[in-house]
Structures are given as C-alpha cells and as structure tokens.
Design a protein around this ligand. Structure first.
Ligand SMILES: Nc1ncnc2c1ncn2[C@@H]1O[C@H](COP(=O)(O)OP(=O)(O)O)[C@@H](O)[C@H]1O
Ligand SMILES: [Mg+2]
Length: 206
C-alpha cells in the first residue's frame, strides 16, 4: 500500500493545494509512483489545477476525485497525496488522521496564522496517535527576515515536528496556479528557487 500523506489546515488559503500539487510533482520527478486525491473540489483546488494542466500535457501524474480511489489503482502506488478543504469538521479530521500515514499541516508564519495552526494541532494532540503522524510545513514564508526560522523554533519548543524546509513565498506559485503548471515550468526568476524548496520538503517526507 502507498504511503498516504494528507494535507490539512484549520483555515483555507494557507497553501494546501499549492503544496499538494507541487509535492506530488516532486515525488513524480523523483521517479515515485504518485497520485493526488482532491477532497476539496472547489475553485482553485488541485483538480481544477490538473484540468488546466491537461490543456498542455498534464502534470505528469493523476489527480482524481475521492470516488475514483480504487484498491486496484492504489496497489502499485508509492505515495498517495490527499488535498483537503480548509476548516475540517472534527469528525472528518479524526477520519483523516486514521487513514493517513502522515498529516502535513501547512502554516503561514504570522501570529494569526500560527494561532489557528495551534488550534488544529491541539486537537490532533489529543487524538490517538495523530500527534506522532503530524508534521508542520511552514509555507508562504517571507524570503527576507527570520519569520520562518522563528516560527519553526517556537513550534518545535512546543513539541511539534516541523519540517526543516521553509517553503518560501514566491510569485512563481501563483503564476503556476494560473497556468496549470508547476512552478518549475514557469518563466520566472525565482522558479528554480521555489522548486528547490519543494524538492527539499519532498525529501524530508519520503
Ligand atoms: N509558497 C507560496 N508562495 C506564494 N504564494 C503562495 C504560496 N503557497 C500558496 N500561495 C498562494 O496562496 C493562495 C492560497 O493557496 P492555496 O494552495 O489555494 O491554499 P488552500 O488550498 O489552503 O486554500 C493562492 O493564491 C496561492 O497561489
Ligand atoms: Mg485548496
């Protein structure tokens, strides 16, 4: 069975779909057999991204709806990435924690964003072995200054596992979403730097 990585967050707009699409792309580039399940389905989600991508050859891996997850399809996968909607109900979160091997919680670095991330983490702390499976990935990190390092350190001080890689804030990701591409394939001065962040995070996860 594949390693199941579920990406979830307390709020919308933190960068879940961006991370899901790009991490799956990084696993694919590294030669792993990967699929992405879109459990959100709204505008801007990974399924829409893949539809746009289809107009110019696709993302290289499949993005599917929850209904299309079949044991046959999972059999020879290395990794299954799940993109979810923001504001999950506690019951949904509990189920997600049950079926995932890794719960990846993207978070911005501002005080407000960290506050809502902590709300989600506090729930996971009390939820069976969910804490062991949980990893925070700081994203949309300002490339200048120390906000990312500071947030990483304070979350670690509280006992959380936080990825070393800081996914920095670059316009290449927005351009990638608009074009239905990966930032790697965008014409932008920071495209390669952005992609390096993603590759580095992917190596920390698998
Ligand atoms: N690392 C990043 N740098 C710059 N913009 C980002 C980054 N990650 C996400 N974004 C932008 O933030 C917005 C929300 O991202 P999205 O992935 O749709 O969040 P979610 O799926 O959590 O709602 C989008 O406009 C996206 O392009
Ligand atoms: Mg989304």
């Amino acid at each position: 069975m594949p390693k199941v990585i579920a990406i979830t967050s307390e709020k919308g707009g933190v960068g879940k779909s961006t991370l899901a699409v790009h991490l799956a792309g990084a696993f694919h580039e590294r030669g792993l057999n990967v699929m992405l399940v879109d459990e959100d389905g709204r505008v801007g989600s990974s399924l829409r991204w893949a539809q746009k991508a289809g107009e110019h050859g696709g993302l290289g891996y499949s993005v599917i709806q929850p209904d299309d997850v079949k044991p046959r399809k999972l059999a020879d996968l290395d990794v299954l990435v799940i993109d979810t909607e923001g504001r999950p109900k506690r019951k949904e979160l509990r189920q997600l924690a049950g079926r995932a091997d890794l719960i990846l919680v993207p978070s911005g670095t501002s005080a407000l964003e960290l506050e809502s991330t902590r709300e989600l983490l506090d729930f996971l702390r009390d939820e069976g072995d969910a804490m062991r499976k949980t990893r925070v990935a700081l994203t949309r990190v300002p490339p200048v200054g120390h906000a990312g390092e500071d947030a990483r350190e304070s979350l670690r001080d509280e006992g959380w596992t936080v990825s070393n890689t800081l996914v920095r804030l670059y316009a290449a990701y927005q351009k990638a979403a608009e074009a239905g591409l990966l930032c790697r394939d965008i014409r932008d001065p920071r495209a390669d730097t952005a992609w390096d962040d993603i590759l580095s995070l992917s190596r920390e996860l698998l």
